[in-house]
Ligand binder design. Structure first.
Ligand code: EPS
Length: 390
């Protein structure tokens, strides 16, 4: 239903997102999109680039008079750093010395560098790192903001928080209200709902700064207000958990995804990890006291909050470089270092919110369809009525 394509190099002119499949009539606020872009740029542990950029969405197609018109939406985010790279990455061939292209011949272990150079048959990794860069996620966040705008029309919210940085973990569940409060803050530090845990998280990032290292962690995305029945148990590729996992693991540096309490459950017994089913006769609805399934059973949303965690490896650009091989000489060499971040877990959480919102909006439109928001709403209300009568 929804299709997202992004384009753009980290140090190119701009990033572009093209999102098609949204019905007409979804309210769009540039301020709201920019707020999401701002949230993605925050967090303790970001590098110098975030002081240069101030991401702003220029919507150039598909939205008129603050509403979608049913056409593909095209969003452009300019790179403020581009003037510093115009000579290194011109669109047309230029004469001049090789060094102006800023070639990188010492691939970083863990980065796309080497695999990309081999795959695309490049003698050095500049083009690969430009596109593999997590800078691309700004385009995803802009598109995700539109998916959020659709979901919001149906009372669905998608937010994130940081559960762990290195070995420091938040040992309790966060309430939805806490995530709402966190998302409204004017200062984002490490994105943890508990200030004491956040302070200890900061110490881990400081240690990485001191030692020229990087640090990873875990973020959690929660989708609140999702109706039961999104996704499907009938076909493997329509299962909501599979679609969400793909979307979240596609975020740069995410190496693992967990839905609900999957990791703990794998070490436990069946009698302890399911969420017993209850019925509230007054409200005429089924509910659970726990949500270990993370809101998904049989590949479908079950009406509880959807909870999905992303496990982020420490990013692979280290100030204290790892061992590598120079592509030009084939001699052992220290991996290249380019200005980078030390910790990006809070930002990755914001990106994953966008990815979760895009998948949920897709599954929502798959179930309810409609070329205009009014039509989608009628179909949705019809289903709600069916649930009430069930
Ligand atoms: C960026 C993410 C990181 C930053 C990048 C901006 O990208 P990468 O995945 O390549 O490490 O380091 O900034 C730079 C490349 C730079 O010149 O500082 C982002 O999320 O916007």
């Amino acid at each position: 239903m929804l299709r997202l394509e992004t384009a753009g190099e980290s140090h190119g002119e701009c990033l572009i997102a093209v999102l098609s499949g949204l019905p007409a009539g979804v309210p769009v606020s540039i301020e709201a999109v920019d707020r999401e872009l701002w949230r993605r740029q925050q967090g303790y542990g970001r590098g110098g680039r975030m002081k240069i950029e101030k991401d702003h969405a220029e919507i150039v197609a598909g939205v008129r008079h603050s509403q979608t018109i049913g056409a593909p939406v095209a969003i452009l985010i300019r790179n403020r750093d581009w003037p510093n790279w115009a000579e290194a990455l011109p669109v047309e061939r230029t004469e001049g010395d090789e060094a102006a292209r800023r070639p990188v011949t010492r691939p970083r272990p863990g980065h796309a560098d080497l695999a990309g150079a081999l795959k695309y048959n490049f003698p050095e990794v500049r083009y690969v790192l430009e596109r593999a860069s997590a800078r691309e996620t700004a385009a995803r966040v802009a598109a995700g903001a539109l998916a959020k705008a659709l979901l919001e029309q149906f009372g669905i919210g998608v937010l994130s928080h940081v559960v762990a940085i290195g070995g420091v973990r938040l040992e309790r569940r966060a309430r939805w209200e806490e995530l709402v409060e966190l998302s409204r803050r004017e200062e984002i530090f490490l994105g943890c709902v508990d200030p004491d845990v956040e302070r200890r998280m900061k110490e881990v990032v400081d240690e990485a700064y001191r030692t020229g290292d990087t640090v990873g962690g875990v973020f959690e995305v929660v989708a609140h207000g999702v109706p039961p029945g999104l996704g499907s148990c009938a076909s493997w590729d329509r299962r909501l958990d599979g679609r969400l996992a793909q979307a979240v693991i596609s975020v740069q540096a995410v190496k693992g995804v967990e839905i609900g309490e999957a990791i703990e459950a794998a070490a436990s017994f069946g009698s302890r990890v399911q969420d017993p089913i209850r019925y509230d006769a007054e409200k005429r609805r089924f509910f659970r006291d726990s949500n270990r399934a993370g809101g998904i059973e049989g590949g479908m949303s079950n009406g509880e909050d959807i909870v999905i965690r992303g496990y982020l490896k420490p990013i692979s650009t280290l100030r204290r470089p790892l061992e590598s091989v120079d592509l030009a000489t084939r001699e052992p060499a220290a991996a290249a270092y380019e200005r980078s971040d030390v910790c990006v877990v809070p930002a990755a959480g914001v990106v994953a919110e966008a990815m979760v919102a895009l998948v949920l909006a897709d599954a929502f439109l798959e179930k309810f369809g409609g070329d205009s928001l009014g039509e989608t709403r009628r179909n949705y209300e019809g289903y709600r009525e069916q649930l009430r009568r069930y």
